[in-house]
Design a protein around this ligand. Structure first.
Ligand code: MLT
Length: 322
């Protein structure tokens, strides 16, 4: 019996490594849990384009939206653990969502980390019609409103929503959150003046700020962004200590073979370090993860630390999801 068991185990190991050796034998899909045109979508598509070269296989991006990104993450988390479906996400979807929703999956035990992706500070922006020119004037303007100003988000538990809650907590303003399927569509309404403000990923706002179609007040960070050095920090603008970096990452379903995860990790790291990709991302204000933080385990440790850091504030905000 024991010999049979040993033979079966050896056979399984052989099959597993054979599967990994042939991976990917068909297109890989990255599930982005927000609408096309937003910062998650842009980052995923930029990397996917270069990952095709490294993997020698088509890499598709599928936008599966709703519920602050948790619909798309759920879809990916429940897919086959074979490496062909990747869960793209970030601080909002793979940390905050767990404190806001009763998820049908566990953000840690149902997913395996693949790689930490670039990060960027959040930025406080408004429609051009807002008369304020500084963060202090914006806070005064927001406090004077007869009804709470409209703040665009990518849904309850999204990065922009958590950024709004944090901004409310430190400034005393009241915001009325307007959920979109991503901050790409939300940005269109901010430019059109349909909503008033947003606490957005810098990578999503930076081109509009440069074009003058929206106004930036501060990057939510202790240091200025190299690619937007004219925007003051929250420390300089009067909200010292209000810092929020939105980092992204990729995961696969629990049970995905380690060799397959290693291949996806290597292809993504190669894509991030491609000079043209690196330049494109840095121009959007995105910073690559340090070299010692790109192993799969580093993302897992980072995600757990961020859960410990953010859940108390998010739970204290008592976010109601319809
Ligand atoms: C967020 O606010 O969670 C993201 O920026 C949404 C998105 O990437 O569209």
């Amino acid at each position: 019996m024991r010999r049979l068991l040993l033979a079966a185990t050896a056979m399984l190991a052989l099959v597993g490594s054979a599967v990994a050796q042939n991976f990917p034998a068909r297109p890989v899909t990255i599930v982005v849990p927000f609408a096309a045109g937003g910062p998650s979508d842009v980052l995923a598509r930029t990397l996917a384009e270069r990952m095709k070269v490294a993997l020698g296989q088509t890499v598709l991006v599928e936008n599966v939206t709703g519920a602050g990104g948790s619909i798309g993450v759920g879809r990916a988390a429940k897919s086959a653990p074979d490496g062909y479906t990747i869960s793209f996400g970030h601080l909002g979807t793979h940390v905050s969502n767990g404190a806001v929703y009763k998820l049908s999956y566990d953000l840690v035990t149902d997913l395996e980390p693949v790689v930490l992706l670039p990060s960027n500070p959040m930025v406080i922006v408004s429609k051009n019609a807002v008369p304020a020119k500084t963060l202090k004037e914006l806070i005064a303007w927001l406090k004077e409103r007869p009804a709470p100003a409209a703040a665009g988000t990518a849904g309850a538990g999204s990065g922009s929503h958590i950024g709004g809650i944090y901004f409310q907590n430190v400034s005393g303003v009241k915001l009325q959150y307007v959920p979109y399927r991503g901050t790409g569509p939300a940005m269109n309404d901010l430019i059109a003046g349909q909503i008033d403000v947003m606490v957005d990923q810098l990578s999503n706002s930076i081109q509009q700020v440069r074009a003058g179609t929206i106004r930036a007040y501060a990057v939510v960070d202790s240091k200025r962004a190299q690619s937007a050095s004219d925007i003051p920090t929250t420390d300089e603008a009067g909200l010292a200590g209000f810092h929020m970096t939105l980092w992204s990452g990729m995961w696969v379903p629990k049970g995905t073979p380690k060799d397959v995860i290693a291949k996806l990790n290597a292809a993504t790291v190669e894509a991030m370090n491609d000079p043209a990709v690196k330049k494109q991302l840095e121009n959007l204000g995105l910073q690559l993860p340090p070299a010692d933080k790109v192993a799969p385990a580093a993302l897992g440790e980072w995600q757990k630390a961020e859960i410990a850091k953010w859940w108390p504030m998010i739970k204290a905000a008592n976010v109601k999801v319809d």
